[in-house]
Design a protein around this ligand. Structure first.
Ligand SMILES: Cc1cc2nc3c(=O)[nH]c(=O)nc-3n(C[C@H](O)[C@H](O)[C@H](O)COP(=O)(O)OP(=O)(O)OC[C@H]3O[C@@H](n4cnc5c(N)ncnc54)[C@H](O)[C@@H]3O)c2cc1C
Length: 402
C-alpha cells in the first residue's frame, strides 16, 4: 500500500486547508472544543453544516447525482483529517451519514426530491428511532408496531436513547409491520414527522447532567405510506446498510491523534507532585505513548479501508475493528486527561453551554472545565452504534471464523 499522497491529492489538501483557514470561525472551534457532550450541539454543528453546504462540501459520502462531492475515498479522508486537525465541529451524522445515504440508495425519485434537499441544506434535523427498551443489541426483536390503513400508517410503541429527538423535525424508525413472520422479515423502515400529537419526547439526562438522548413515545402517531423507504418487510436489510455506514463512516484516528498531541503538550507543564512535570513520570509516559501508537496504528487501518474503497470493494468487518479500537482509545484519552489535570478535573459544572459569553468561569483551565463531563459522557461510546461485545462477536465470526 502506497502511503504517500499523489500530487493531485496534495494539491487538494492545500485547497481544503485554505478553505478551513478562511471559513472556519473561531467561535465554532471554541464551541466544538468546549462541548462536553458526545454530540456537538446543533447551534454549533448546524452553523458549520451551512457553511459547508454553501461551498457544496457538506455530503462527501453521497453519490454526486444526489448532492455529493464526487470525491475519491482518499479526498474524503483528507477532508475529514484536515477538519479534525483544524478543530472543526463534527457534523451531526443523523441526516448526512445515516438516513441520507439510505434515501440515496433505496428511496424513490419522489422521496429523494422530498427529503434530500432539506438534509443537505440543514433545514430538516433528523433523529434515529432504532433502539427500544429490551431491543438494543437484539434489535430485530423490536416491538413498535405500524398498521397500514387507507395509505396511512398508525404507529404505536416507544423508542429509547434517541439522540437529539428534542431538536428533530423527522425521525427514521424501524417498526414491526408483520408480527406473524420471522422477526427480521416483519420490519419496515418509516419516516415520521416529529411535530404531531401522537409523538411525545421525554429527556434522559446523562451522568454529567447533559441532555442529549431521549425516550420517544408513539400513540397512534401517523405517517403517509409514501414515507416508507423500500418495500414493506424490507426494513431489516436497510437497517443493516445504515449500521455499516454508522460504524464505518467515522474517521477516528485524526481526532484522537490531535487530542493526544494536546495531552503530550500538557504533560510537559503539569506538575507531577514528586518529580517535576508529569511527562517525567515513566508510568504516565508509557500510557501516553501506548495511546499514541494505538491511534497511529488505527490510522493505518483506516487507510487500509480507504484503499479497499478506492478499489471499489466494501470495507467489511474492518469497520467493526475501527469502531471497537477508536472508542476504546478515546476512553483511554479521556482517562489520561483527567489524571493529568488532577484536582482541577473534579469540577462538573451543570450550566450549559460551556462556550460563548454566558459560559461559567472555569476553575483552572477550559480544558479542565469539561474534562469530567467528556469522560462521563464518552463512556457511552463503547455502547452506542453496537457495543464492544457486539463488535467482538462480529470480528469473531467474520474474521476469525469462530
Ligand atoms: C449516548 C447514546 C446515544 C444513543 N443514540 C441512539 C439513537 O440515536 N438511536 C437509537 O436507536 N439508539 C441509540 N442508542 C442506543 C444504542 O444503540 C444501544 O444502547 C445499544 O445498541 C445497546 O443496546 P442496549 O442499551 O439495549 O443494551 P443491551 O443490548 O441490553 O446490552 C447490555 C449489555 O449486554 C451485552 N450484550 C448484548 N448482547 C450480547 C451478545 N450477543 N453477546 C455478548 N454481549 C452482549 C452488551 O454488550 C451490553 O454490555 C444510544 C445509546 C447511547 C448510550
Amino acid at each position: 500500500m502506497d502511503m504517500t499522497f499523489s500530487p493531485a491529492d496534495a494539491a487538494f489538501r492545500e485547497e481544503v486547508r485554505d478553505f478551513l483557514a478562511d471559513n472556519l470561525p473561531q467561535h465554532l472551534r471554541d464551541g466544538a472544543r468546549r462541548t462536553p457532550g458526545v454530540f456537538v450541539e446543533p447551534d454549533i454543528g448546524m452553523e458549520w453544516h451551512r457553511i459547508l453546504y454553501r461551498k457544496g462540501w457538506v455530503a462527501p459520502h453521497w453519490p454526486k447525482a444526489d448532492g455529493g462531492t464526487g470525491w475519491t475515498p482518499t479526498q474524503k479522508f483528507i477532508f475529514d483529517k484536515e477538519c479534525a486537525l483544524a478543530g472543526a465541529p463534527a457534523l451531526a451524522i443523523l441526516g448526512l451519514r445515516l438516513v441520507g445515504p439510505v434515501i440515496c440508495e433505496f428511496g424513490t425519485p419522489e422521496q429523494k426530491a422530498r427529503f434530500l434537499p432539506g438534509i443537505l441544506s440543514g433545514d430538516d434535523y433528523w433523529c434515529q428511532g432504532y433502539s427500544e427498551p429490551g431491543s438494543g443489541s437484539d434489535l430485530a426483536s423490536l416491538k413498535t408496531s405500524a398498521v397500514l390503513d387507507n395509505g396511512v400508517y398508525t404507529v404505536n410503541g416507544s423508542k429509547i436513547w434517541t439522540t437529539h429527538a428534542h431538536h428533530a423535525d423527522w425521525i427514521f424508525a424501524l417498526v414491526r409491520t408483520d408480527p406473524n413472520v420471522k422477526k427480521q422479515a416483519g420490519i419496515s423502515f418509516l419516516l415520521l414527522p416529529m411535530d404531531q400529537p401522537g409523538i411525545e419526547v421525554t429527556p434522559i439526562h446523562s451522568m454529567s447532567g447533559d441532555h442529549e438522548v431521549n425516550a420517544v413515545f408513539f400513540t397512534d402517531a401517523k405517517t403517509d405510506e409514501n414515507n416508507r423507504i423500500g418495500e414493506e418487510g424490507a426494513g431489516w436489510g436497510i437497517a443493516k446498510f445504515l449500521l455499516e455506514n454508522e460504524r464505518g463512516g467515522s474517521c477516528f484516528a485524526p481526532r484522537l491523534i490531535q487530542s493526544i498531541a494536546l495531552l503530550e503538550e500538557l504533560a510537559c507543564t503539569q506538575p507531577s507532585g514528586t518529580n517535576g512535570a508529569i511527562a517525567h513520570d515513566p508510568r504516565f509516559r508509557d500510557r501516553l505513548a501506548r495511546a499514541r501508537l494505538q491511534a497511529e496504528a488505527l490510522e493505518v487501518t483506516e487507510l487500509r479501508i480507504l484503499a479497499e474503497l478506492a478499489k471499489g470493494r466494501a470495507p467489511g468487518p474492518q469497520t467493526s475493528l475501527v469502531k471497537l479500537l477508536g472508542s476504546n482509545i478515546g476512553q483511554e484519552v479521556d482517562t489520561l486527561r483527567l489524571e493529568l489535570l488532577g484536582n482541577d478535573a473534579l469540577q462538573l459544572p451543570l450550566e450549559r453551554p460551556l462556550y460563548g459569553n454566558e459560559a461559567p468561569e472555569p476553575i483552572g483551565s477550559e480544558l479542565a472545565q469539561n474534562a469530567m463531563g467528556r469522560y462521563l459522557n464518552n463512556r457511552a461510546s463503547t455502547i452506542f452504534g453496537g457495543s464492544d461485545e457486539v463488535q467482538k462477536n462480529i470480528i469473531a465470526k467474520t474474521v476469525l471464523g469462530l
